[in-house]
Design a protein around this ligand. Structure first.
Ligand SMILES: Cc1ncc(COP(=O)(O)O)c(C=O)c1O
Length: 461
């Protein structure tokens, strides 16, 4: 388009509407000419209308709503680069406060260390790297080979654990799930451990069903192996979702540094830490659990800065938002929020089982994230994927249907997260909408083959 025409359009747009309405959105090369700020903003807004509504996304563990005051903190600090510790020393201090608070919440026995990360995935990569480095140090000291490290975990972990193994050259020893057991315990772990095992990873609140691995049982096994066979294998807890749930809903349940072999924990501030996406945490039991080789010391503007991260420049806003939540809610507030979610979870679970065709996954008294995992109790003319699709078509709810990892891959589950955006009246509405979707499917049968191919089959994160 010529400059002259663009100017004319801009003049008309300023008076009557937006220029972008007449043009296809730039999509393959940087446009020669820009557009007004209002046009650019509206173009983006129009595109995003086609996305799902985050508030109706019951697949995600990640926060979709924060208080207006928290949003103001975030908006006011988007320009603050977190890595510039010398320029923003209070931001760096606030990160340290968050780490100390989490370490205390997780019962660290003394002074410790940790890091702000982009999410649990970065925290896991860093934590697992430290485990690999520490294992190598131990092997070198003993004059033993260091070329075949392995990591033991269950099929119920998030994909990031396999990713770590592939990226950082560690053999994954994945314990398959069983047809009726979707978490792992000591008896599953034991046969896989040997002197090359850098660690066992256990999950507090799995992505698939929201339950926890038997972390105390695995800890006991590792203590016995250490005492009886001299095999000192650390335990890392992936508390991506559970780290902010268990301390408040199940405070007497020991899964954290109360257990002696637990050396490091990751958690996602942007999940039940109640912060928008972009914040995770890695916390060590003890300063000595962080492999010194992973720390970089830089002289920055006359101050020595120790960095321990896979990224460099990144935002500060979510660190500050996490601290906002900590001081805003405190222990009481987090407990109230978690109990609110749990109460609504129970109501939703009752409403869903009351509909007739469904049963819950897991026992009533099992510790679990605030979510309802359910499935059809018997075969019908439609399945869970059909229901997920029908529910999305009728009301826009995003409730995923997926199959479990091997060897439970014949099991299909639906799962609805119950967060603060799903209050009591929305719970009732959702249950009615599930009933309506099933009624439609009873009348018309399952989806057409073509529609089936479009159904999303991932868990959501
Ligand atoms: C158990 C578990 N670990 C790790 C992750 C990855 O976390 P993030 O999305 O914060 O990187 C998830 C995400 O769903 C998870 O559920």
């Amino acid at each position: 388009m010529s400059t002259e025409l663009i100017e004319q359009l801009d003049a008309l747009a300023a008076r009557y509407g937006n220029r972008f309405l007449l043009e296809p959105a730039p999509d393959d090369r940087l446009p020669d000419h820009g557009m007004s700020a209002t046009d650019a903003m509206r173009l983006l807004a129009e595109e995003l209308v086609l996305d799902g509504l985050p508030m109706r996304n019951l697949a995600t563990f990640v926060t979709t709503w924060m208080e207006p005051e928290a949003q103001r903190v975030i908006a006011a600090n988007l320009h603050r680069n977190f890595i510039d510790h010398a320029e923003y020393p209070r931001t760096a201090e606030i990160e340290q406060r968050c780490i100390r608070m989490l370490a205390d919440l997780f019962h660290a026995p003394g002074e410790t260390t940790g890091a702000r990360t982009q999410g649990s995935s970065e925290a896991i990569m860093l934590g697992a790297l430290s485990l690999k480095w520490k294992w190598r140090e131990r092997r070198e000291r003993a004059g033993k080979p260091t070329d075949r490290p392995n990591l033991v975990f269950g099929g119920d972990v998030h994909v990031v654990w396999e990713k770590f193994c592939r990226y950082f050259d560690v053999e994954p020893r994945i314990i398959p799930l069983q047809p009726d057991k979707y978490t792992i315990g000591p008896e599953d772990v034991e046969p896989h451990i040997d002197e090359n095992t850098i660690a066992v990873a256990a999950v507090l609140g799995t992505t698939f069903t929201g339950h926890a691995d038997d972390i105390p049982g695995i800890n006991d096994l590792l203590v016995t192996l250490r005492d009886d066979r001299g095999l000192d294998v650390p335990l890392h807890v992936d508390a991506a979702s559970g780290g902010y749930v268990w301390p408040f809903l199940y405070p007497d349940s020991a899964w954290d540094f109360r257990l002696e072999q637990v050396r490091s924990i990751n958690t996602s501030g942007h999940k039940f830490g109640l912060v928008y996406p972009g914040i995770g945490w890695l916390v060590f039991r003890d300063r000595s659990d962080l492999a010194e080789d992973l720390v970089f010391y830089e002289n920055y503007l006359g101050k020595t800065d120790a960095t321990f991260t896979l990224n460099f420049s990144t935002g500060s806003a979510m660190v500050l938002a996490q601290y906002y939540n900590f001081v805003r809610f405190g222990r009481d507030g987090y407990r109230f929020v978690m109990e609110t979610m749990q109460r609504n979870t129970r109501v939703l679970a009752e409403r869903i089982t009351g509909l007739g065709p469904f049963r819950l996954v897991g026992a009533d008294d099992e510790e679990q994230l605030p979510l309802v995992a359910f499935q059809l109790a018997e075969e019908r003319g439609y399945d869970e994927f059909d229901i997920a699709s029908q529910l999305a078509a009728e009301r826009g709810w995003m409730v995923p249907a997926y199959t479990l990892p091997p060897d439970a891959d014949h099991v299909t589950i639906m799962r609805a997260l119950v967060k603060l955006t799903l209050g009591r009246s929305m719970v009732d509405t959702l249950a009615e909408d599930i009933a309506d979707a099933c009624a439609t499917l009873e009348r018309k049968g399952g989806l057409h083959e073509l529609d089936r191919r479009r159904v999303k089959t991932g868990t959501g994160y």
